[in-house]
Each structure stands twice: as structure tokens, then as C-alpha cells.
Design a protein around this ligand. Structure first.
Ligand code: 1CP
Length: 378
């Protein structure tokens, strides 16, 4: 399939009109996107309005995505650089968001590491042989960039297509990956996962350490290929107490961020229901912390302390409500983001949802939210 060139469209986007600011730091990220509002906000620089993108903006809410994916299994789509490029660009064209996020999945590097995983439609990742023993952990290979070369190819194509619009790379954090590997699939209670964490701490440590090296290599591959920022998804860490997070999870997420080095692209850290330990998620080495809808952005900034950069936090369910409800909520969140900066010392606010776009969301509504955020000044 051919990838439709989008440069003309990109030229019409607000990002392309960002004025150069003399003296702004250009120490990280590809040169073409370093002046974009998203990258500047993610570095804590002042911007004239909050940048906006959506978690799961690429995917099931878009009819053009469903048409392109028809007949192709999710993991096969993730391994096809032309499909990845096209699916990643779809929401950028349609909604004019301020950043693209790579179309992939958190389990892609696990497949490259030799784990037998399927993404089952309507369910999510399902693991053939859940991890129980040290032999199971040791069977998970450390990956090199050659094992995920298709991702580097897709990122390279995307960076060329996107021009001044930044591409966000991503990976699953060790805890969230471990949960799928131990439970064998999606889980509400994460009971087996917590049982291993506490009952077999050495096995747990080895599993998370192995996952941290895989995640770090996956992120390094995306950065080397030109991603302008990366997000570490610890979607299910909110199942833990702050103490368990700090003792059994944070050191491994920190080792992922540490492996990316100082002076690299901005690093975003996100979890759902992690309001009790947002400060720890920041302390793991993130520049930006994603906040779900449970904690107001100003309160999140207060909890994390000065200099925090907050991302969020519209409840994705509210996108199914009538437009006046959504409009009020977007304006409230923008005002709360400004308050996070003015009163609680946050360095910036990046507008997003509190979790991913729900499949039933009307794409027109997403476009209207982007327009509304774009029309509001800081
Ligand atoms: O048939 C389909 O279309 C598959 C649905 C789907 C899609 C579109 C899955 C299966 N993954 C994805 C893409 C995906 N996954 C992206 C694309 C980029 C974008 O954001 O637009 C991203 C960032 C992910 C990351 C991901 N996968 C996370 C972390 C983000 C989050 O939503 O919390 C998690 C937890 C997964 C696992 C996963 N993969 C797919 C599903 C349905 C799930 C969740 C299952 C569960 O509830 O446990």
C-alpha cells in the first residue's frame, strides 16, 4: 500500500506556524519538531496555549482505521511499517492534534522477545503460557533493535511525513507488562501478580528487571529512529498501594528511564488510578506525568511539587455526553491546567484524556475538542 503524502496538510497546521523563539533550548529531540508546542511544553518551556493529543487517538474510533485493519490481525498490523505509518497519520490528518503517537502495542517487544502472545479482538493481549517460574523468566529473551527493526522503519517513515509535528514513541512499563505475563491476559484484580510480588520477591525482581531491559531497548530504538518524545504506559499500576509501587515497581521503571540517558527526548509517565503516588511516578525519572480524571490537574501539580509538567485529564467517557457538557469540561480542565502553573508551580500543561479514547467515541467530537483547545490562549 502507498502512504499518502501529508506535507501540504501539515503546512496548514498551527504547529507549522510556531514562531521561532530565540534562546529556547534545542538540546534534545529532532530539530524539525524542537519548536513545536508539544515538545516545548514537554520540556517545561512556556507556550501560548496547551498542546493537545489523545491516548489511543490511532485506532478503533476511526472508520478509516477499521477499514484499513479489516482482515489483518493486530500484531501483524504492528509489524507492517506502511500500515503503521498510515494508521499513525490518520488522527493527525483528521483532528490536527499537536502530536502523533506511534501505532503499536505494549506487547510488541514481548513478541520480539519470544513470548507467545496474541491480541484477541474484544479482549486484549492473551499469553499462551503465563509466567510462573524462573525458567519462564529466562525464556524471555533480551531484545536488540534488530528484533524490532520494523518499528525503526515505521518511525523513520513517520518522521519524514510528519515534518514539524512530533511523533511520540511508547512502551509498556515493567509492572503492566508483568501483569499480562503473569495473569495470562487482562485482569481486574491483578491477584496472581501481587501474589508473586510478595510471595516470590526474587522471581518478581528478575522478571521486572528483564522487562525493564526489553522496554528500554524498545524505547531506545524509537528514539534513535527519530521519535520526539516517549511515553511509558504503566496503565495498571493504580492497582497498587504507594508502598508496593515504591518498593517493587518504581526501581524497575526508573531503570528504564535511566537507560535512556540525560539530555534525551522528553519522557512521559502515565498510569490510571495512580493519584496516591504521582510524586513517585515523577521521581522515577519522568519529565511529564499523565494524570487520570480522578485527580484535578492543580491538585496533581500540588502533590508533585514545583516544576512538574502535567498531562491530562478529560474523562474519556464524557466524550459520549452532549457537546455542551464536553465544552464545559474542556474549559474547566484548561483553567485548572493554568491554575496548576500559576498557583502550584507546574511548568506546563499538555491537554489529553485521562485514559485512552473509547471505541464508541464520535471522531467529530475529538476534532471539536482539538479546535476548542487550539482556540484557547494561556
Ligand atoms: O482490534 C483492534 O483494533 C485492537 C485494539 C487495540 C489497539 C487499537 C489494541 C489491543 N491495542 C491498540 C493500539 C495501542 N495500544 C496503542 C496505539 C497508539 C494510540 O494510542 O493511538 C497504544 C498506545 C497501546 C498501548 C496499550 N496496549 C496499553 C497502554 C495504554 C492504555 O490504554 O492503557 C495497554 C494496556 C495495551 C494492552 C491492550 N492492547 C489492546 C487492548 C484492547 C489492550 C487493553 C486490554 C486490557 O484491558 O487489559
Amino acid at each position: 500500500m502507498t502512504v499518502i503524502r501529508t506535507m501540504a496538510l501539515m503546512d496548514g497546521q498551527p504547529e507549522a506556524r510556531v514562531d521561532a523563539q530565540p534562546g529556547a533550548s534545542v538540546t534534545a529531540g529532532p530539530a524539525a519538531t524542537s519548536r513545536s508546542r508539544f515538545v516545548r511544553a514537554a520540556r517545561g518551556e512556556a507556550v501560548d496555549r496547551a498542546p493537545v493529543w489523545f491516548m489511543r487517538q490511532a485506532g478503533r474510533s476511526l472508520p478509516e482505521y477499521r477499514a484499513l485493519r479489516a482482515g489483518t490481525a493486530m500484531l501483524d498490523a504492528c509489524r507492517d511499517p506502511d500500515l503503521v505509518t498510515e494508521i499513525t497519520l490518520q488522527p493527525v490528518r483528521r483532528h490536527a492534534v499537536d502530536a502523533a503517537i506511534l501505532f503499536s502495542d505494549i506487547v510488541v517487544p514481548l513478541v520480539a522477545a519470544g513470548v507467545d502472545i496474541e491480541i484477541v479482538p474484544g479482549v486484549g493481549p492473551v499469553v499462551a503460557k503465563p509466567v510462573r517460574t524462573l525458567a519462564d523468566v529466562e525464556a524471555i529473551k533480551a531484545i536488540t533493535c534488530a528484533d524490532v527493526e520494523f518499528v525503526a522503519t515505521a518511525v523513520g517513515q513517520l518522521v519524514a511525513e510528519l515534518g514539524a509535528t512530533p511523533l511520540i514513541g511508547f512502551a509498556g512499563a515493567p509492572f503492566t507488562l508483568a501483569s499480562y505475563l503473569i495473569e495470562g491476559g487482562p485482569s481486574r484484580e491483578h491477584a496472581l501478580t501481587k501474589a508473586m510480588m510478595h510471595g516470590e520477591p526474587e522471581l518478581w525482581r528478575r522478571l521486572l528487571a528483564r522487562l525493564a531491559t526489553i522496554t528500554a531497548e524498545f524505547l531506545r530504538t524509537q528514539i534513535a529512529a527519530g521519535a520526539s518524545a516517549v511515553q511509558l504506559f504503566d496503565s495498571w499500576a493504580g492497582a497498587l498501594s504507594a508502598a508496593d509501587y515504591e518498593n517493587h515497581v518504581l526501581p524497575h521503571s526508573r531503570s528504564v528511564f535511566d537507560a535512556l540517558g540525560e539530555g534525551t527526548v522528553p519522557k512521559i509517565h502515565f498510569g490510571v488510578g495512580t493519584g496516591e503516588f504521582l510524586h513517585l511516578m515523577r521521581a522515577a525519572g519522568a519529565d511529564v506525568v499523565g494524570v487520570d480524571w480522578r485527580v484535578p490537574l492543580s491538585e496533581a501539580a500540588h502533590r508533585m511539587g514545583p516544576g512538574a509538567i502535567v498531562q491530562g485529564n478529560l474523562d474519556p467517557a464524557l466524550l459520549l455526553a452532549p457537546w455542551p457538557v464536553i465544552e464545559d469540561e474542556v474549559r474547566r480542565i484548561l483553567a485548572d491546567g493554568r491554575r496548576a502553573v500559576a498557583e502550584f508551580g507546574a511548568a506546563a500543561h499538555i491537554f489529553n484524556l485521562g485514559h485512552g479514547v473509547l471505541p464508541d467515541t464520535d471522531p467529530e467530537v475529538l476534532s471539536r475538542v482539538v479546535e476548542l483547545v487550539h482556540a484557547s490562549q494561556q
